[in-house]
Design a protein around this ligand. Structure first.
Ligand SMILES: Cc1cc2nc3c(=O)[nH]c(=O)nc-3n(C[C@H](O)[C@H](O)[C@H](O)COP(=O)(O)O)c2cc1C
Length: 344
């Protein structure tokens, strides 16, 4: 029997280019509307936002676009960092904070308003809810299903994919090592793997669920290759960092186009969780940063904001995927059209 969720999944997967969620201000409602309007599948980013702001973004999206939209949620994280490790990392960063006229923050271990977000999403029922950094409970999945919501989980290896399907996920978002921003590795203490999109497709397709792939896809050839390899759709983040409608900060935009930044690195330096960023003074200083998300995120947030305010790219988290040198500034609709030009 074909269920409502099956119909919704088919509708979502008919859109071959998904806007990857990008928390911290990059994904705006404007960007999501533009991508949806161009035939892409937008996902709003709920990370770092309180539940009422997430609900407000959904309302704002729906006022402007009738198509489907997803929302991405960070799952709560186990505490993995000691007070002593945080103290040592603070000592390393304190002189930088002083130089920038900023302060280090309180390293709080919060749950990013998780339960309230699940309640709001059950209430608002977007077409899709995806989870990153771990698994929701089977109970959360069944509440979302009850509201007619398709559930996706971002996975970085086959084992994570298998577990996601066990708790009822409908779609796997397979994130390869080349991806920009945080790796979604479910165990924060596990070193993130080096899987490519092809490796992930090879391992995950036999699990018999739709696989949407992410990581290093910035052009039509990348979309084409992923679809030919069996991906149900592709999810692109970095390709949209310079979109006119993206909320990417000025300092981040400039650095992405500045030849002085010539490599990316996976680093825990900014938030305590591995994430791919342009190599800068902070990624070099913080090579031994502790594993401790979100504690380290709170410790460093004000310092990063101060540096962005002063347009100092050396002390900002410049998230970028490995293919950042191949992206361009343009309206988001043009970027979607270019990605789809061979991949439809
Ligand atoms: C600026 C930025 C912010 C991101 N924030 C999130 C997020 O909030 N949730 C998430 O699941 N992934 C996040 N990611 C990862 C993307 O969803 C996606 O996996 C990645 O961008 C795909 O690789 P690409 O950047 O090479 O396209 C972020 C990526 C970037 C570049």
């Amino acid at each position: 029997m074909t269920t409502l969720i099956d119909m919704s999944i088919a509708d979502l997967l008919a859109r071959k280019v998904w806007l990857a969620p990008m928390a911290g201000g990059v994904t705006t409602v404007d960007l999501a509307v533009a991508v949806g309007g161009a035939g892409g599948m937008p996902t709003l980013a709920a990370g770092y936002l309180p539940a009422d702001a997430v609900a407000a973004d959904l309302v704002a999206f729906r006022e402007r676009h009738p198509g489907p939209v997803g929302v991405n949620v960070f799952t709560p994280q186990p505490r993995t960092v000691s007070a002593e490790q945080l103290r040592r990392y603070s000592e390393l960063l304190a002189p930088v904070a002083e130089r920038l006229g900023s302060r280090l923050g309180e390293p709080v271990h919060d749950d990013d308003d998780y339960e309230a977000k699940i309640d709001a999403l059950v209430q608002e029922a977007p077409a899709l809810v995806t989870f990153t950094f771990g698994l929701p409970t089977a109970h959360d999945v069944s509440r979302l299903h009850g509201a007619g919501v398709t559930v996706g989980v971002t996975v970085t290896c086959v084992e994570e994919g298998r577990r996601a399907l066990e708790i009822g996920a409908d779609v796997l978002i397979a994130q390869a090592a080349s991806a920009g921003g945080h790796r979604s590795t479910h165990d924060p203490l596990r070193k993130p793997g080096s899987e490519t999109v092809a490796d992930l497709l090879y391992g995950l397709l036999p699990l018999d669920a739709p696989v949407v792939v992410a990581g290093g896809i910035v052009d039509a050839a990348g979309v084409e290759a992923a679809l030919r390899g069996g991906a149900a759709a592709v999810s692109c983040g970095t390709a949209f960092l310079l979109a006119d409608e993206a909320g990417t900060s000025g300092v981040h935009r400039q650095a992405l186009q500045d030849a002085r930044f010539s490599s990316t690195v996976v680093t825990r330096a900014f938030t305590g969780r591995p994430a791919r960023a342009l190599t800068n003074a902070w990624t070099r200083l913080g090579v031994d940063a502790p594993t401790g998300y979100p504690d380290v995120h709170w410790l460093t947030r004000d310092l990063r904001r101060a540096a962005a305010h002063h347009c100092n790219p050396e002390w900002v988290h410049l998230w970028a995927g490995e293919r950042w040198q191949d992206i361009r500034a343009a309206p988001a609709a043009e970027i979607v059209t270019a990605l789809l030009s061979d991949g439809r």
